[in-house]
Write a protein that binds this ligand. Structure first.
Ligand code: NAD
Length: 428
C-alpha cells in the first residue's frame, strides 16, 4: 500500500529547478513563522495543477501539439492570480514556482488574491499570428474549467501581451455566453484594460529602486544601470530610471548584450527593438562578445528582468552593482543570495520589486467589476503609495529581525497566507 505521508514525486526538492529554489526560500522563512509554522506544508504543495494538451492546425495543414499548464498554488486569501508565459523552456517545475511566488507576492503587497501561473511550452516566434491565436484560444478553452473572474485571473508574462489577453477574454466569454472582462488583466484599454497597466511592473521596480537607493545613500541621478531583459518590465524600468537621470550602460536580451558607458538612449533603443526584434545592432553601442560578460559590467544598479536563476554561484561574485532590483521572478538562487549578502550587495526581492504589475492588475479587476475607470494619475498615485508602504514595512522588519529583504518579504507574505489558512480551517 502506498505511504499516505509520501510527498508526490513532482513536489520533491528539485535543488536545480525553480521549484527547488522556492522550497529553499520557504525553509529559510519557516523559523520566523512562530505557531503558524505548523501550516507551512500548505505552502510546499500547490492546491491544484492542470496539465493540458493544446493541439492546433498549422498553416501548412499539419497538426502540432503543445503542452500547457495552469497551476493554482494557493487561494486562501482570494482567487488565483498570475501570468501566462509562452516560452520553449516552460516546465511544470517553473510554473509551480512562479505560481508560489505569486502567492507570496500578492500577500506581501496585500492585494486580495492567492497565487497562480500558467504557461505553454512553445517558442511563439515559430508561430504565425493565426497559429498563435488558435493556440491561445485552445489553451484558454482547456483551462476554462478552473479560471474565471472569481476563481483565477490570468495576466501577461514573458512573450504574452495585450493581444493575447484579448483573445483569452474573448474565448472565455464565448464559452460562457456573455462578456467577462474581469477574467484576465493586462487587456487592451478598449476592452476594459487599465491605464498604467502596461507600465506598472517597470514603474514599481523604479519606485522601490528609488526607496532602496535613498536608504543606502545612493543618488539615482548619475547612477549606472545594467538591465537584463528589455521587454515589458526591463524596458519600462530602464526608461523611468533614465528619465530620473540614471545612465543605462548595458542591456542584455535573448539575442545579445550591448553596452555604452556614456548611457544608452532608452527611447531610441525601444524603437530599435520594435523594428529589429532585439537590442543587438543598436547604433552607437558596443556588443559584448560573450553573454556571460554582462555580469561583470561596471554599474551601480542591476535589474534582472528576464528569466529565473540568472544570478547564481557562477556569476554572483563578479557583479559590480551595490543594488539589485529583481524585475524578473526568481532571478537569484539562494546560494547567490548568500554570496551577495556577504559582499554587502542589497537585493530587493521579486515579491516586492516586481509587484507593481499585479497591483495595477488588481486595480484593473476592480474597475472591470464596477465598470468605472480611473485616470492614469490616480492609478500611478495609488500604485506608488502601495509600493512605498510595502517596501517600508519589509525594510523595517528586515532591520528588526536582522534578515535579508527577501526573508522579511517572505515573513510578511507567508504570515498573511497562513493566518488566512488557519482562520478558514480545514474542510471538511
Ligand atoms: P517580455 O516577454 O516582455 O520580455 C522578456 C525579455 O527578456 C525580452 O527582452 C527577451 O529578449 C529577454 N530574454 C529572454 N530570454 C533571455 C535570456 N536568456 N537572457 C537575457 N534576456 C532574455 O517579458 P516581461 O513581461 O518583461 O517579463 C520579464 C520578467 O519579469 C519575467 O521573469 C516575468 O515573470 C517578470 N514579471 C513580469 C510582469 C509583467 O507584468 N509583465 C510582472 C511581474 C514580473
Amino acid at each position: 500500500m502506498a505511504n499516505p505521508h509520501e510527498i508526490p514525486s513532482y513536489l520533491k526538492h528539485d535543488a536545480l529547478g525553480p521549484w527547488g529554489v522556492y522550497l529553499e526560500q520557504i525553509d529559510r522563512v519557516t523559523p520566523y513563522l512562530g505557531n503558524l509554522a505548523r501550516w507551512v506544508e500548505t505552502l510546499k504543495r500547490p492546491k491544484r495543477v492542470l496539465i493540458v494538451d493544446v493541439p492546433i492546425e498549422r498553416d501548412d495543414g499539419s497538426i502540432a501539439h503543445f503542452e500547457g499548464y495552469r497551476v493554482q498554488h494557493n487561494t486562501s486569501r482570494g482567487p488565483g492570480k498570475g501570468g501566462v508565459r509562452f516560452h520553449q523552456d516552460v516546465t511544470l517545475s517553473e510554473v509551480m514556482a512562479l505560481s508560489a511566488w505569486m502567492t507570496v507576492k500578492n500577500a506581501a503587497v496585500n492585494v486580495p488574491y492567492g497565487g497562480a501561473k500558467g504557461g505553454i511550452r512553445v517558442d511563439p516566434k515559430t508561430l504565425s499570428q493565426g497559429e498563435l491565436q488558435r493556440m491561445t484560444r485552445r489553451y484558454t478553452s482547456e483551462i476554462n474549467i478552473i479560471i474565471g473572474p472569481n476563481k483565477d485571473i490570468p495576466a501577461p508574462d514573458v512573450n504574452t501581451n495585450e493581444q493575447i489577453m484579448a483573445w483569452m477574454m474573448d474565448t472565455y466569454s464565448m464559452n460562457q455566453g456573455s462578456t467577462a472582462s474581469g477574467v484576465v488583466t493586462g487587456k487592451p484599454i478598449s476592452l476594459g484594460g487599465s491605464l498604467g497597466r502596461h507600465e506598472a511592473t517597470g514603474r514599481g521596480v523604479f519606485v522601490v529602486g528609488c526607496e532602496a537607493a535613498s536608504r543606502i545613500g545612493m543618488d539615482i541621478k548619475g547612477a549606472r544601470l545594467a538591465v537584463q531583459g528589455f521587454g515589458n518590465v526591463g524596458a519600462v524600468a530602464a526608461r523611468l530610471f533614465s528619465e530620473a537621470g540614471a545612465r543605462v550602460v548595458a542591456v542584455q536580451d535573448h539575442a545579445g548584450t550591448i553596452t555604452r558607458p556614456a548611457g544608452l538612449n532608452v527611447m531610441a533603443l525601444q524603437a530599435h527593438v520594435a523594428v529589429h526584434g532585439s537590442v543587438t545592432g543598436f547604433p552607437g553601442s558596443e556588443e559584448l562578445a560573450a553573454r556571460d560578460q554582462f555580469w561583470g559590467v561596471e554599474c551601480d544598479i542591476l535589474v534582472p528582468a528576464a528569466l529565473e536563476q540568472q544570478i547564481n554561484e557562477s556569476n554572483a561574485n563578479r557583479i559590480q552593482a551595490k543594488l539589485i532590483l529583481e524585475g524578473a521572478n526568481g532571478p537569484t538562487t539562494p546560494a547567490a543570495d548568500d554570496m551577495l549578502r556577504d559582499r554587502g550587495v542589497l537585493v530587493v526581492p521579486d515579491v516586492i520589486a516586481n509587484a507593481g504589475g499585479v497591483t495595477v492588475s488588481y486595480f484593473e479587476w476592480v474597475q472591470d467589476f464596477s465598470s468605472y475607470f480611473w485616470t492614469e494619475d490616480e492609478i500611478n498615485l495609488r500604485l506608488t503609495r502601495i509600493m512605498r508602504e510595502a517596501f517600508a514595512s519589509v525594510w523595517q522588519l528586515a532591520e528588526e529581525k536582522k534578515v535579508s529583504l527577501r526573508t522579511a518579504a517572505f515573513i510578511v507574505g507567508c504570515t498573511r497566507v497562513l493566518q488566512a489558512r488557519e482562520m478558514r480551517g480545514l474542510y471538511p
